[in-house]
Design a protein around this ligand. Sequence first.
Ligand SMILES: Cc1cc2nc3c(=O)[nH]c(=O)nc-3n(C[C@H](O)[C@H](O)[C@H](O)COP(=O)(O)OP(=O)(O)OC[C@H]3O[C@@H](n4cnc5c(N)ncnc54)[C@H](O)[C@@H]3O)c2cc1C
Length: 378
Amino acid sequence: MDFQWDAEQQSFRDTVRAFLAANLPADWEAQAHGPGSESQSAFSKKFCGALAEAGLLVPHWPQRWGGRDADAWTAFILAEEMWAAGEPRGGQYMNVNWIGPVLMRFGSEAQQARYIPPIARGETLWCQGFSEPEAGSDLASLRTRAEKDGGFYRISGQKIWTSYAGHADTCFLLARTAPGKTGMSVFLVPMDTPGITVRQIPSVIGEGDIHEVFFDDVRVPESALLGAEGQAWEIARAALSLERVGIPRFALASRMLRRAVERLRREGRYGHGAVEQSARAHAACEAARLYSYQIVDQRRHGTPTGPEASAARYATVMCERLVGEFVVEHLPEALSGGDPLLLAHHQRAIVAGIASGAAEIQLNLIATELLQLPREPR
Ligand SMILES: Cc1cc2nc3c(=O)[nH]c(=O)nc-3n(C[C@H](O)[C@H](O)[C@H](O)COP(=O)(O)OP(=O)(O)OC[C@H]3O[C@@H](n4cnc5c(N)ncnc54)[C@H](O)[C@@H]3O)c2cc1C
C-alpha cells in the first residue's frame, strides 16, 4: 500500500496542532490530568467551546448539527492529535465520537433538539451507564429495571465503573424493560434527577475517573426513552462500533515512547535491552496505527465495519501495554512524579484491556469472525 497524507489532510493536521499550541496552557503537560477530575471537567468545557468556535469540535458531523460533513479521515486526524496531546477534550471525546451520532440516528426530534446542540458547542458532559456489578462483558445479564408507570418510567438498580459520572450532566443509560436480550432499552437521564447517587471509586487511574451510580426509584418521563423499548442492543452495537476505533490511544502511546527514549538517550541510559524493548513497543504502536487506518478507510468508503475493528482495538491495547512496560522497566522514576504526562499514559495503559470492553472478548471475535476458527464444542 502506498499510503500518504494529501495536502489537504496535512494542512488540517497543521491547523489542529496550531490550535493545540495556542489553546493548551503552558503548563498543560506538567499538570496531573485525570480525565474525570474536577479541574479537567471544567477545562474540557472551555477547551471544547474554543474548538467548536474554530470549527474543530465536530467537523465530521452533518452541517445541520454544526459540522461540515468532513470525512472519516478528518475526524481521525483530529482524534490522533487530541490523544497525542493527552486528550484535552476529557470525557467529551465520547460526545463527539458516538453519543451525538447515535442521537442523530435514533433520537426523536425533541431529544435531538435538546441534546445535540450543547454537545456541538462543547458545553456538556455525558456518562455511559452500561456496566453493572454482574454485567460487564455479558451486558445481556444487566438488572437495572425501568418499569412503565403511566407517562413515566421508574428506574432502579446500580451501575459500576461509570467514567466521568461525578461531573456528567446526562447519563446514556442501559436498563431492562422486559426479560432477555430483547428486553433492554436506552434512556437519556439527566444526572440531577432525584434518586440518583454517584459514588466515586478510588483508584490508581486518577481522580474522579470511575464511579458507582445508584438509581433508587428514579422517575423519568417516557420521552427519556431513546428509540423504542427493546432497541438497546441495536443502539449499543452502533455506539460500540463507533467507539471501538474512535479512540486512537496509540497516538499517545507512540508519543510517550518517543519521549521516554529521548530522555534515556540524553541521560546515556539507552542501552541494548532498552533498544530492543522499545523497538518492539514501537512496532506495536505502528501495527495499531495501521490496523486503525484500515477501519477508517472502510468508514471513508461507507463499507460496514467488520471484525477488523476488534483487531484494531486489540492492537491498540497491546501497544499501550508494551509502552507502559517499557517505561516501568527503564524509566520508573517518571511514574513517581517525574513526568505527569507519562504517568497519565501509564494509568490508562493499566486499564487498556478492560475499559471500553475486555480485550479477551476482542480476541474471541478475532478468532471466530476474522480467523473463522471453529468454536470449541460445549
Ligand atoms: C477505567 C475504566 C472505565 C470504565 N468506564 C466505563 C463506563 O464509562 N461505562 C460503563 O458502562 N463501563 C465502564 N467500564 C467497565 C468496562 O466496560 C468493564 O469493566 C468491561 O466491560 C469488563 O466487564 P467486567 O469488569 O464486568 O469484567 P468481566 O466481564 O466479569 O470479565 C472478567 C474477566 O473475564 C474475562 N472474560 C469475561 N467473559 C469472557 C469470555 N466470554 N471469554 C473470555 N474471557 C472472558 C474478561 O476478559 C476479564 O478478564 C470501565 C472500566 C474501566 C476499568
